[in-house]
Design a protein around this ligand. Sequence first.
Ligand SMILES: NC(=O)c1ccc[n+]([C@@H]2O[C@H](COP(=O)([O-])OP(=O)(O)OC[C@H]3O[C@@H](n4cnc5c(N)ncnc54)[C@H](O)[C@@H]3O)[C@@H](O)[C@H]2O)c1
Length: 301
Amino acid sequence: MKKVSVIGSGTMGNGIAHVFAQNGFSTTLIDINPLALEKAMATIKKNLDRMLSKGTISEAQLNQTLQSISTSSDLKSAVADVDLVVEAATENLEIKLKIFKELDELCPEKTILASNTSSIPITKIGSVTKRPEKVIGMHFMNPVPVMKLVEVIRGYSTSDETTHAIMSMSKTLGKIATEVNDMPGFISNRILMPMINEAIFSLYEGVAGVEEIDTVMKLGMAHPMGPLQLADFIGLDVCYNILNVLFVGFGNPKYAPCPLLTNMVTAGHLGVKSGKGFYDYSLGTKDLIIASRFKKPELQS
Ligand SMILES: NC(=O)c1ccc[n+]([C@@H]2O[C@H](COP(=O)([O-])OP(=O)(O)OC[C@H]3O[C@@H](n4cnc5c(N)ncnc54)[C@H](O)[C@@H]3O)[C@@H](O)[C@H]2O)c1
């Protein structure tokens, strides 16, 4: 595989294009929004500059990486002769199904179609194409140039050949690929989201305060970040949507989002992106605890 297109140039798409280009793939970054493409190229350049200043890459590698990326808003010409498409567009079922139907029409027969979705079933995405055996999940982690894991998700109809090709290509990107089957939340979110939800329930029930919960998990379990701070970073709306995918997908109430999470999302407190979540980011610090009315209970003497 030599030529790759990445659809969607947001948080994940720019990182995915960066990693492919840095590892010698001719990469086209596609977005319907030209401003998003401009912003993505600026982000890639900034991240490469940081790597250069740290000595992780040479100036020649920086230039080679930038030269390997082109941008486009024309899907037809951008996927006409590619070996692989990685879709990283907005997490919305209708948008993704429309993109994959179009890709199936536009791409040559050889092209593998991968999705970076966090929660939409790969089997469902594959079912709208005439090549479900060539449709697979390539779930990169944020920030893509830094995080080692690619969770490779095998849809019900994904072939061995496609799976092997993507596992081996992930290695050439310097990543560690792990194969999992297509079930709600895959492995990453099936385990992470219930942990975050349980942390929110602990706060809601007054077992402990925001900082106490995060401190226990950071210092006690050696997590680099507490679950409530992590939820703020992921986006509380994203956590809420993924929990609902697990809840509906398994039909099991243990995955139902905590009422406090539902309220915070309804109120527009989405975490870092809205400036407020479990912490307040409006002052550039996380000192003010928004959900402070859910304090830890007073100790009985
Ligand atoms: N953000 C994360 O931490 C994270 C982690 C793992 C996986 N993901 C998954 O990655 C995907 C992208 O997430 P993101 O956070 O980068 O989203 P984002 O909102 O930052 O970017 C999405 C981009 O897709 C573009 N887009 C929308 N419809 C399009 C179309 N039809 N054609 C081309 N471009 C289109 C938008 O203009 C936008 O620039 C989602 O499926 C998400 O679940 C996100």
